[in-house]
Structure formats: structure tokens, C-alpha cells
Design a protein. Structure first.
Length: 692
């Protein structure tokens, strides 16, 4: 099968030769088409058209052969002088397994370890090998598990010819994928040239595009064959390497490691989400492996159960480069090796200064990901960032408890009046806190029912905008696409009228709870501005200043609720059109519909950003004072850049409510502390909504 894989590029080269030879034969044998006579223009087109098409096709087939290889992840070479214990451990491990020692050991931020040739193709016929260690593995695994992972990589080192063949197989497989799917400026030029100019030229270029398309279809078939062959070969190598891991660390450790790697991958996703959150305030964690490890501890039991379920139910596909977890575990269990290495110290003990190296590879990662946009001064200790994040999460928990899980940006509370000042009567304010709290609790059951109906209306409003966008673009929605029938303009109009009428009675049902919540919070915050009250709650002297900073921003953000709902709806409509774009690129009505929807989304972004420009971001920002506009949307995207506008709108739809919740959480925490001084215990935590 390896021979088949190596032959595939030769088939590709033969295809180039076939097209080139066919073009040549046409050029030399059909010169009679150039003889003077009637229909000279048509005869010339019949002669030169295939020549141009053939030359273009050959050019586009040769072009991928000259393409630069994709950039590899940046890794940091380690030295024996800096990491003597790690090098000694790796060498003893290689000796025990019977594998050649790597010439170099690298470290990076991936949740992975790998064995590779140091100089790619040039190292193919030597033992010039590199062992790359992902520092998150050393952070999250114990020594037994970590040794097993390294033994797995050494298992690849022992494969000799197999490893060399796998390098060729993977390189060829990846190259075929690039040939079939990767496009560059020449592809764009060919499309553009074929759509304008004299019809004779357009006809020839369309013929050329057809030839390019046909050759890529053939290549797609070769790619599928290549992926299937490559997948089979690589899976066999993984099975072989797994045995080395199990025989060193034991079958039980192998199974534990498989699960731990899956958990670390989920934690890596959580760490990336944390980094995005930190980066909004101009900060980056200085130690990505430690951040990933912190996310492991934050994974809830239900996600752990889901990870186990996915591992247990995974199946091996034809094109998979790795066998499924059940297949791998079953294979090592059949071998039944008990293992010989059982030390379970943290794997980080192998490194002279684990955290220093982790910070170095973290900075390498940022430089690769952000390029010139990376600012070393944005690095902050992960521990401090996590502490700030934990405070924010705690504030959100308080807000959820304070409002009994009924806090939504689509129903934002607006605290009118002079809230950041002491009340005219402290006793009256205290009485209002108590009475409003009781009124809120009494109104909660009715609010809960009304909220469900309101939420359904919001979903229908989103569906209505998607349907409107589809109809405007000349697409008839499917009969089963939405909860309500909206397959034509009349049905859509009826749905929108119905929605407007159904919103009105819900307002009256939602108002009692919301008004009581507003009065309760307002009175408590006014009491917190009294010196005698502020001095008795945590961070007392700073509380009035915090309230004064948050309230103007809160009012401004709350004022954008209707605009944000509009943005949410038109963005959903744009997303519905984008899903259908690939098959309708040449449909001008559809393209006009996309452009119209894009304009609506961009207009919403402009309105929201302009409205927030005057407000100050109320929390500490690493780069100093920051406006709400710059925090929510640092820069407006080009109005004609579909991807940029779509991404920016998605960020605003997420960030604006998140900021509202954060501010309300901080205020609710102060209000709850004031209520404690009044002898009111915190309300019970509301039950979590069941996952759907």
C-alpha cells in the first residue's frame, strides 16, 4: 500500500504530461484550422482556444509543485546544560526501548508530543531525529503517564523504514489536499479574466477553467485514495507505538493516559477562551501550560462524563490517521503488559525550572500567533488573571442568586435617578429594600412563565429575520425550517404582526418583577453610598467610587439593548444566507440579498459603536483608560468585507451582554452585602437549568 501512495504523485506528473502532450499534438496537427477561408475567426478560436486552455491547465497543475510547504509550529530547542535530568531520562528511556536517541529535544505549547526528522526530507535517510514535547503534557501528566507518551514516540523511532515511509505518506497526503483545495491570486485572476472582456477571450478562458476544474476533480479522486492509504499505514504505526507505551507504563496507565489527553484537549479549548477574555482588557497569561492545568480543575462532572462517552463511542474511520480510543485500548489489553515504570511524581520534576520554560514557550506561541501585534508588556501572571476571573465568576453567581436567575440583557434594567448618592432617608431606603425584595419574590413565579413565552417570541423574531433575508435573496424557506410558516411574504408579514401583538401583554406580565428588582437594587446601592454603611462592607471606602464608575457605563450599555437585538436578528439572517452562498455565488438576486443583509449588520455596528464612544469602560484595562466603544468593538470592519463584518458582529453580540452581566454582578454583590447588614440572608441559589 505504501507503493500505491508513492505512485500517486507520479500519476499526477503523468497527468501533467498527458495534458501537455495533448496540447502539443493539437498545436502541430490541427494547423489546417489556420488556412484562409470562411469563418476565419471561429477557426482561429478552435485552434488557439485549446492551446490556451491546455497551457493554462498545465500552469495550474505545475504551480502546486512549486508551492512553499506550510509553516510548522514554532518549537524551542532545549539544551543538555539547561535540562540535564530531562536529557538523561530521555536517553535512558530510548536505551530501554531500543530506539535511537533524538539529536534534539524541542518544547512547545501543544497538548501533544511528536517524533520527526530534524531537517525534513534531508534527514530522511539518517537518524537525525527530533523529539518535541508539549509542555501542557508535562504539566498535566504524572511521570508514569509522561514516560508512556515518550515511549510511544520512541516506538516511532524504532520503526525505521516505517517512520520514513510515514513521513513520505503524510507529506504526499497533505500535498494532495493543498493541490485540491488551496487557491491563490492566480485562481482569482483566472476567474476575474473569464468574466469580462471580449466574448471570444471569455470563451477560451472558460474552457481553461473547465480544464483546471476537471484536473482537480481527478486529483480529488487521487487525494481520496491517498488519504485512505495513508490512514491505514499510519494507524498500523500507532498500534505498534502504543505497545511500546503499554509495555513501559502498563495497560492500565495507557487507558488513563488516553483519557487524560482528552481532558487536556478540552482544557486547552477552555484556556484559549480565557486568553480571548483576558486579551479584551489588554492582558495575556504568561504561562499557558499552567492556564490549561487550571482549566482541568474547572471542567464540571457532566463534561467529564461527556468526554468518557465520546471516547467510548468513537469509531475508526477510513481516513483517520489514528485508531479510535476503544480500538487502541483493546489492542494493548490483548497484549496485557503490566509495565515496568511506575513512578507517579509530577512529570514537571524532570525540568530544571518548569515554570520558566513554560513561560518561554508561551511567549513563543504568542509571537507566532500575534506576530507584530504581540506586546511583551501585556504578559501577566496567570495566577493573578485567574484570581480576577474567579472574582468575576463569583459576581455572576451572586447576580444569578440576587435576581433568581432572571437577569437577561434583552430585558436590561435601567437604574434611573441619582443612584450613586446617599438616599434622602436611610430608613425609607432600608424599608424599600425589604419590601421590594418581597415583591420581587412574589412576582417571580409569574415572571418565570412570562419569560418562557417572551423567549419563544425572541426565537420567532430571529426566525422571521432569517426568513426575510432568504425571501429577499430569492430563496423559499423550507416548510419545516421554522416553527411558524414563513414561506412567502404574506406569511412573513402575518407572523411579524402577530409577534408585535403578542409582545404587548407580556410586557405587563414581566413588569412587576422587573420593577421590584430595579427598586430593590437602586435602594441598596444608595445605602452603600452612606459612609456608615460603606465602612461595614468589604472594600467599603472604595464602594461609592465603584458604583459611580459602573452606573454610567451600565446605563449606556443598557440603552443599546434594542439595537443589540436588531443586530442579533440581522446577523442570524446573514448567517442563514452564508450557509447557502457556495451554491449560489453566480445568482445575482442572491448576491444582492447578501449585500443588503451585510449592509444592515454593518449599520448596526456603526450605531452601537457611535453610541458607546462617549462612555468609559468601568474596569481596569492594561492599556489605561478605555472607552466602551473600544472595548466592545476596537475598530469598525470594512463594510464590504463579509468575513470581517460577520466576525465583528458576533463579537459584539457576545461581548455586550457579557459586559452587562459583569457590571450587574458587581452591583448585585454590593447590594447583597447591604442586605446582610439589614438582617436579610442571601436568597437561595436557584436551580440550574437542565442541559438541552
Amino acid at each position: 500500500m505504501a507503493v500505491v501512495m508513492v505512485l500517486l504523485p507520479l500519476v499526477y506528473v503523468a497527468l501533467i504530461g498527458l495534458v501537455g502532450y495533448g496540447t502539443y499534438r493539437h498545436a502541430v496537427e490541427n494547423t489546417g484550422l489556420l488556412n484562409p477561408g470562411r469563418s476565419g475567426t471561429m477557426r482561429a478560436a478552435m485552434y488557439f482556444g485549446p492551446i490556451v486552455a491546455g497551457v493554462v491547465a498545465v500552469f495550474f497543475m505545475v504551480k502546486p509543485l512549486l508551492a512553499r510547504p506550510a509553516q510548522r509550529t514554532v518549537s524551542r530547542p532545549l539544551s543538555r546544560d539547561d535540562e540535564p535530568l530531562l536529557f538523561a531520562f530521555v536517553e535512558r528511556l530510548g536505551t530501554a526501548i531500543g530506539a535511537p536517541a533524538p539529536r534534539r529535544i524541542d518544547a512547545n505549547c501543544e497538548v501533544n508530543a511528536s517524533a520527526s526528522f530534524r531537517h525534513g526530507l534531508w534527514s530522511l535517510f539518517s537518524t537525525d531525529l527530533v523529539l518535541t514535547i508539549g509542555m501542557p503534557l508535562a504539566a498535566g501528566l504524572n511521570l508514569r503517564q509522561f514516560a508512556g507518551v515518550l515511549a510511544h514516540e520512541f516506538g516511532h523511532f524504532t520503526q525505521g523504514a516505517g517512520m520514513r515511509m510515514s513521513y513520505l505518506v503524510r507529506s504526499i497526503s497533505w500535498w494532495f489536499t493543498r493541490v485540491v483545495y488551496e487557491r491563490d491570486v492566480w485562481d482569482e485572476r483566472l476567474v476575474r479574466w473569464s468574466q469580462s472582456g471580449a466574448y471570444q477571450v471569455m470563451l477560451v478562458l472558460w474552457l481553461a477553467r473547465s480544464c483546471v476544474w476537471l484536473t482537480r476533480r481527478i486529483l480529488w479522486g487521487l487525494m481520496i485514495v491517498g488519504h485512505a492509504v495513508a490512514g491505514f499505514l499510519l494507524r498500523q504505526m500507532e498500534f505498534h507505538a502504543d505497545l511500546h507505551e503499554a509495555r513501559l507504563a502498563g495497560c492500565d496507565s495507557f487507558e488513563q493516559t488516553m483519557r487524560k489527553l482528552a481532558v487536556l484537549s478540552v482544557a486547552h479549548s477552555g484556556a484559549m477562551s480565557d486568553l480571548a477574555e483576558f486579551f479584551k482588557e489588554g492582558r495575556l497569561g504568561d504561562n499557558l501550560p499552567r492556564l490549561i492545568l487550571a482549566n482541568v480543575d474547572q471542567i464540571p462532572p457532566e463534561i467529564h462524563a461527556k468526554i468518557d462517552e465520546m471516547n467510548e463511542q468513537s469509531k475508526t474511520g477510513w481516513f483517520d490517521t489514528h485508531p479510535s480510543a476503544p480500538d487502541r485500548i483493546a489492542a494493548v489489553q490483548r497484549d496485557g503488559a503490566p509495565g515496568v515504570f511506575r513512578l507517579e511524581y509530577p512529570a514537571s520534576v524532570l525540568f530544571t525550572d518548569f515554570d520558566a520554560l513554560a513561560r518561554q514557550v508561551t511567549e513563543d506561541y504568542y509571537r507566532e500567533a500575534l506576530g507584530s501585534g504581540f506586546d511583551p508588556s501585556s504578559l501577566h501572571p496567570v495566577a493573578s488573571l485567574l484570581a480576577q476571573q474567579a472574582e468575576g465568576h463569583e459576581a455572576l453567581k451572586v447576580a444569578r442568586r440576587y435576581f433568581q436567575a432572571h437577569l437577561a440583557y434583552t430585558r436590561s434594567l435601567r437604574l434611573v435617578g441619582d443612584v450613586a448618592a446617599p438616599p434622602a432617608s436611610s430608613s425609607a431606603a432600608a424599608a424599600l429594600v425589604k419590601s421590594a425584595r418581597q415583591q420581587m419574590l412574589e412576582a417571580e413565579p409569574g415572571y418565570r412563565q412570562a419569560w418562557k413565552a417572551f423567549n419563544n417570541l425572541e426565537s420567532d423574531a430571529v426566525d422571521a429575520e432569517i426568513a426575510a433575508a432568504l425571501l429577499r435573496a430569492g430563496v423559499t424557506p423550507r416548510a419545516d425550517q421554522f416553527r411558524l410558516p414563513m414561506q412567502n411574504a404574506n406569511q412573513l408579514s402575518q407572523v411579524r404582526e402577530s409577534l408585535a401583538q403578542r409582545y404587548l401583554p407580556l410586557e405587563a406580565q414581566l413588569k412587576p418583577f422587573e420593577e421590584a428588582s430595579r427598586q430593590r437594587l437602586r435602594a441598596a446601592l444608595q445605602l452603600a453610598c452612606l459612609p456608615e454603611v460603606a465602612s461595614r462592607i468589604p472594600a467599603g471606602p472604595a464602594v461609592p467610587g465603584k458604583i459611580a464608575r459602573i452606573l454610567p457605563a451600565l446605563q449606556l450599555v443598557a440603552s443599546q439593548t434594542d439595537r443589540m437585538r436588531t443586530l442579533r436578528n440581522v446577523l442570524a439572517g446573514l448567517a442563514g444566507l452564508i450557509e447557502l452562498l457556495e451554491a449560489r455565488r453566480k445568482n445575482q438576486t442572491f448576491v444582492n440579498g447578501i449585500l443588503h443583509q451585510l449592509g444592515q449588520v454593518h449599520a448596526c455596528l456603526v450605531e452601537i459603536r457611535n453610541a458607546l464612544a462617549a462612555g468609559a469602560y468601568p474596569f481596569e484595562h492594561a492599556k489605561g483608560p478605555c472607552s466602551l466603544a473600544d472595548y466592545i468593538l476596537p475598530a469598525l470592519p470594512d463594510s464590504e468585507d463579509l468575513a470581517a463584518v460577520f466576525h465583528a458582529a458576533g463579537e459584539v453580540v457576545q461581548t455586550l451582554p457579557d459586559l452587562y452581566f459583569r457590571m450587574m454582578g458587581e452591583l448585585a454583590r454590593v447590594a447583597e452585602q447591604v442586605e446582610s447588614l439589614l438582617g436579610l440572608a442571601p436568597l437561595p441559589d436557584p436551580p440550574e437549568e437542565p442541559a438541552t
